[in-house]
Design a protein around this ligand. Structure first.
Ligand SMILES: Cc1cc2nc3c(=O)[nH]c(=O)nc-3n(C[C@H](O)[C@H](O)[C@H](O)COP(=O)(O)OP(=O)(O)OC[C@H]3O[C@@H](n4cnc5c(N)ncnc54)[C@H](O)[C@@H]3O)c2cc1C
Length: 208
């Protein structure tokens, strides 16, 4: 199955399920595009892009031509790939399997229900910190007593401690300051250095 890079993941998850293809149901709760997901190795609910992508078609801005990355070339790791800053994903070939339409649609509905129950809506960028090996970032932030902790216009979600909510009209600087503060307090109180999963844009090179 081939998809353009601008296609929204939730829509593609629903369409593939409705077409009787299985393997992409997990993506229904990830609010991004196929291109961003290929680059970031987006994942959830026990799967990720690495398990689905067969080939990515990329336009290399430096070389000025289109190139194909097979799965091995993508060199996937947790929320990372070998795709560089000057390479734009334009399409992806996904290796999905024929499945049972009703079962896939039920799985999609269950994932949507689970996300609504366990993750906040509103203005946030999804998971802030990468889960350290054998633990969960949300558990550590919660155990450090930081659920609901506020700095200016940003606060740690009371629903899920690995999400930071920005107020209506809030500032990105407040969000970043809160990320740093939570990182420092968790390290002091729990002895674990959390690493942000977020990509920072527009803060200057030193913060990328
Ligand atoms: C509420 C919420 C929940 C989330 N849940 C999850 C989750 O469960 N799992 C997960 O993995 N992520 C999650 N995310 C993060 C994010 O939605 C995904 O990682 C998504 O795949 C990013 O895609 P995007 O198109 O939004 O890319 P962006 O966030 O816009 O960009 C991400 C990176 O990819 C690059 N990029 C974007 N498009 C392309 C392209 N076409 N070619 C090359 N590079 C590109 C950008 O330059 C940037 O470096 C969540 C975010 C939110 C807000």
């Amino acid at each position: 199955m081939r998809s353009g890079a601008s296609v929204a993941l939730p829509m593609l998850a629903r369409r593939t399920a409705a077409a009787g293809l299985t393997g992409f149901e997990w993506a229904v709760g990830v609010p991004g595009s196929v291109g961003g997901a290929v680059r970031m190795n987006a994942g959830g609910h026990g799967s990720d892009m690495q398990a689905c992508v067969r080939r990515a078609h990329v336009f290399d801005l430096d070389a000025g031509r289109r190139i194909a990355f097979d799965l091995a070339d993508l060199d996937y790791g947790y929320r990372r790939s070998s795709i560089g800053a000057a390479q734009v994903v334009v399409a992806a070939e996904l290796a999905l399997r024929p499945g049972d339409r009703e079962a896939s649609e039920a799985q999609v509905a269950e994932i949507v229900r689970w996300r609504r129950e366990h993750q906040p809506g509103g203005q946030n960028a999804g998971s802030v910190f990468t889960n350290p090996s054998g633990d969960s970032a949300g558990r550590l932030v919660d155990a450090a007593g930081l659920k609901g902790f506020r700095l200016g216009s940003a606060h740690v979600s009371p629903k899920h401690a690995n999400f930071i909510q920005a107020d209506e009209g809030g500032s990105a600087d407040d969000v970043l300051a809160l990320v740093r503060e939570v990182q420092q307090r968790v390290e002091e109180r729990m002895g674990v250095r959390l690493e942000p999963e977020l990509r920072l844009v527009g803060f200057g090179e030193e913060r990328q």
